[in-house]
Design a protein around this ligand. Structure first.
Ligand code: HGY
Ligand code: MN
Ligand code: MN
Length: 406
């Protein structure tokens, strides 16, 4: 069995019109109207298949197609439809729409599976407006209770709860406690490996660890022209020192990837020494111990820079997803699916975080990657060819059929 290529590709194009930006790219930040519209698009597709879309207390969308054995745990496929700002149209969307397409094929062919087969579209995988990222899967895993999650304050000062209520995005269903046989996620690689090997797809064996920090610095604003250099408490200077120290740390610790992606200064004026700086630090490494070591060194360095400049400093950790290895059996199922399609079952580790990384400690999980042109993502230039999108969805379909047949 294969997916219906045109139907998948059409749905990708249709979803990309929701939150489309002038000049290309899309933007569906979590818990915005565009995000909600994107989720409603998926829900409508499920209804048209005769499946009931269900929503939980934080907005996760899911649907289950019953199997023949009501006691057999569900095989779930999915990803996310929220995006970063100024994003591409494939990150997350491909995995959700491939899961819709798999359900469509099962419905129209009338395939009976022993296990139920389901879709889940997690909320706020990106975490760029409300941290932590992978918020919806953390909730399903039981790490975040509804109250805590709803009280999280975003970069714009509103809470998750404010936005859920304003949009009417929450529901009363729940995936928590649902026995899950396996969770599979199809996703674009977002890196250069598959393209470098001239391969359309690969099986993902693990995900590197991720630690996010928000650093708040408080110095004193003063006149840029009259204040002697030795008498400054310049929060902006410390922010710059932190940024350059991240790159130095990545040179000292092989395999570390570090990014200062957001810096805001106050009052942010050309002739005023910044009194405040808020910046984010994103550190990642495949080896958890080396990641933890990097975080410790990072924190020590930030405190030293701040103390030397007489700037108050507060460091808060806002996300921590440990490095994980995916389930061997699910990996083998994906490899068997690749083999049945005549594809080389290349294995790779994910540099990006994914909901499957969270689900992997909750149930057997693994991922399928498809090639990213130029390895670009989180950018309107993000692109995966039609053929590779279809190949990825067909691999996912084979693995789901294998697992759901029991
Ligand atoms: O940041 C990540 O790795 C993912 O895109 N949320
Ligand atoms: Mn993603
Ligand atoms: Mn992403």
């Amino acid at each position: 069995m294969r997916i219906n290529a045109n139907r998948l590709l059409t749905s990708l194009t249709e979803l990309a019109t929701i939150g489309a930006l002038p000049g290309g790219g899309v933007q569906r930040l979590a818990f915005t109207a565009e995000d909600f519209q994107g989720r409603n698009y998926v829900a409508e597709r499920l209804r048209l298949l005769g499946l009931e879309p269900r929503v939980d207390a934080v907005g996760n969308l899911f649907a289950l197609r019953p199997g023949t054995d009501p006691d057999a745990p569900a095989v779930l496929a999915g990803s996310h439809t929220d995006t970063v700002a100024n994003a591409g149209g494939f990150d997350g969307a491909l995995g959700v729409l491939a899961a819709v397409e798999i359900l469509a094929r099962l419905q129209e062919v009338g395939v009976e599976t022993r296990h139920s087969v389901g879709l889940v579209s997690f909320v706020n995988e990106e975490g760029v407006r409300f941290m932590p990222d992978m918020m919806g899967s953390l909730y399903v895993r039981g790490d975040l209770d509804p109250g805590t999650l709803r009280s999280i304050v975003g970069t714009d000062g509103t809470t998750v709860g404010d936005n859920l209520d304003r949009l009417g995005m929450a529901g009363s269903d729940s995936l928590i406690g649902t026995p899950i046989r396996a969770f599979l996620e199809l996703h674009i690689e977002q890196g250069p490996e598959l393209e470098g090997l001239n391969l359309p797809a690969g099986v993902v064996t693990g995900v590197q660890g991720l630690r996010w920090m928000v650093v708040r610095l408080k110095g004193h604003s003063n006149h840029a022209g009259t204040t002697p250099m030795a008498k400054r408490q310049d929060a902006g200077l410390v922010a710059g020192q932190v940024t350059t120290s991240v790159r130095k740390l990545a040179r000292d610790i092989p395999g570390l990837r570090g990014t200062v992606g957001r810096v805001t200064l106050r009052p942010n004026l050309i002739n005023v020494i910044p009194s405040e700086a808020t910046l984010t630090v994103d550190l990642r490494h495949p080896d958890q111990n080396r990641l933890d070591d990097a975080v410790a060194k990072m924190k020590a360095g930030i405190l030293r820079f701040a103390a030397d400049e007489g700037v108050a400093c507060e460091i808060s950790e806002t996300a921590s997803a440990p490095a994980i290895e995916f389930d061997r059996e699910v990996i083998e199922d994906i490899k068997a699916g690749m083999d049945s399609l005549g594809l080389e079952p290349h294995s790779l580790v994910s540099g990006a975080g994914h909901d499957a990384q969270i689900m992997a400690t909750h149930c057997p999980a693994a991922m399928v990657f498809v090639r990213s042109r130029d390895g670009v993502s989180h950018n309107p230039r993000e692109f995966t060819s039609d053929a590779d999108c279809v190949t990825g969805a067909d691999i996912l379909l084979q693995a789901v059929l294998q697992l759901a047949s029991g």
